[in-house]
Design a protein around this ligand. Structure first.
Ligand SMILES: Cc1cc2nc3c(=O)[nH]c(=O)nc-3n(C[C@H](O)[C@H](O)[C@H](O)COP(=O)(O)OP(=O)(O)OC[C@H]3O[C@@H](n4cnc5c(N)ncnc54)[C@H](O)[C@@H]3O)c2cc1C
Length: 381
């Protein structure tokens, strides 16, 4: 068994023993599952893609996508929170000046500090190039002023990868990327957002009032940051799709099990053709979605152009989850409403999945643009 298989085995057990039983409580208590995040860190889940030399596991993207499916099956919100800290650790390990990475990566890997990535603002979501958080050059470094909203882990995160505009009105080329520490002067955290569900994501916002980022905390200068954010979004889209597959897979497993035990009109539910066809539809769509995710994950891992594959995998998986989770909940009858079952939580997770890392409409736009480009290149194919 290689290191990737070992991690997947540990993840499977962790999902069943810690995340599944904990998730309903975290939702009731409306909070980030800090203790479970530390336990996840202890089995290596904050360092999947972080090089071994920097304390991580040094594994490839395909293992990360499988982890996303296994954990997503247990809880979407917990998985979002965990992977966002993982992503900050991996970015710092890969791109930050060595001393900065040495200072922060160990805390993220150990789960002592949470990370988040802040693009979205109160006035700019899909239109990332329209962000207005200002970065102003000063003799001491970069002064940051503005507000971020709808950020995963913002309720508690200590380390923030933050995108800001260095040249008002310049759009994408003016955007730069910084590391921000929530413990320093000028960082003002807002209370976590009260939502209709998925509070383990720790969604929230914060303001920067004259926050000073040092020169070595400029992670990417203007001209590079926007492009780099778009490149990393492909990986995020694929693991969100994998999490949707996980949620539908778990809902299917619960419904299949129930259908063998619950009786109506003298036979198990699964004995009724109309009932079992619904589950057969779900199983078929799930396998199609897994195929798209596997194809896209391979492209991400190999560094191939993954734009089309990632957009299609996420679009298909989110729509499949939004179709199949209500159908599977319906197959459970009233029993499906019990808190111990994942249907309601997973449905809220599927809703969130339709927005994060590119709303469905933005994915359609991307797919359409790539179709036009492919036709222009090969008009006869
Ligand atoms: C729980 C949660 C966690 C999140 N975590 C993060 C995070 O960690 N970091 C981060 O930076 N952001 C995060 N986001 C924000 C997420 O990326 C945005 O919600 C997303 O980019 C969409 O932006 P918006 O919600 O402002 O919608 P808007 O941009 O206001 O759009 C509203 C609707 O109009 C549609 N629309 C917009 N423009 C067009 C168009 N040109 N054509 C057709 N339709 C259009 C959109 O698709 C959407 O359906 C999170 C969001 C949620 C809900």
């Amino acid at each position: 068994m290689d290191a990737g298989d070992e991690l997947l085995q540990r993840t499977r057990a962790f999902a069943r023993q810690v995340v599944m039983p904990g998730a309903p409580r975290w939702e009731t208590e409306r909070r980030i599952a800090r203790e479970a995040l530390s336990a996840a860190a202890a089995i290596g889940l904050t360092g999947i893609e972080v090089p071994v030399a920097q304390g991580g596991l040094g594994l490839g993207y395909r293992v990360k996508a499988r982890v996303a499916e296994l954990l997503g099956a247990a809880d979407f919100g917990f998985t979002m929170s965990l992977l966002n800290t993982h992503n900050v650790a991996a970015k710092l390990a890969r791109e930050a000046p060595a001393a900065l990475a040495r200072r922060h990566v160990p805390d993220l890997l150990a789960g002592r500090r949470l990370g988040c990535t802040a693009l979205t603002e109160p006035g700019a979501g899909s239109d990332f190039a329209a962000i207005v958080t200002r970065a102003t050059r000063t003799p001491q470094g970069w002064r940051l002023d503005g507000a971020k909203a709808w950020i995963t882990n913002a309720a508690e995160a200590e380390l923030i990868v933050l995108y800001a505009q260095t040249d008002a009105g310049r759009g994408a080329p003016g955007i730069a990327c910084f590391l921000v520490e929530a413990t320093r002067a000028g960082f003002v955290r807002e209370p976590a957002f009260a939502l209709t569900g998925q509070h383990a994501i720790g969604t929230g916002g914060f303001r920067l009032d004259g926050y000073l980022a040092r020169d070595d905390e400029l992670l990417q200068p203007p001209g590079q940051a926007f492009k780099s954010a778009l490149r990393s979004i492909n990986g995020a889209r694929v693991y969100i799709a994998a999490m949707c597959n996980g949620m539908v897979g778990e809902a299917l497993r619960v419904a299949l099990d129930y259908g063998g035990r619950r009786h109506s009109f003298g036979q198990p539910l699964a004995g009724h053709q109309g009932w079992r066809w619904r589950l057969a539809e779900a199983a078929t769509e799930l396998e199609a979605s897994r195929g798209l995710v596997a194809q896209a994950a391979e492209r991400v891992e190999n560094g191939a152009d993954a734009q089309l594959a990632a957009a299609q995998a996420k679009l298909f998986a989110t729509r499949m989850a939004e179709r199949q989770l209500p159908a599977l909940a319906q197959a459970m009858g009233a029993e499906g409403l019990r808190e111990q079952h994942p249907f309601g939580r997973h449905l809220a997770g599927a809703r969130v999945a339709c927005f994060v890392d590119g709303a469905s409409e933005m994915l359609l736009e991307r797919i359409a643009a790539l179709q036009r480009a492919a036709l222009a290149e090969n008009p006869k194919e």
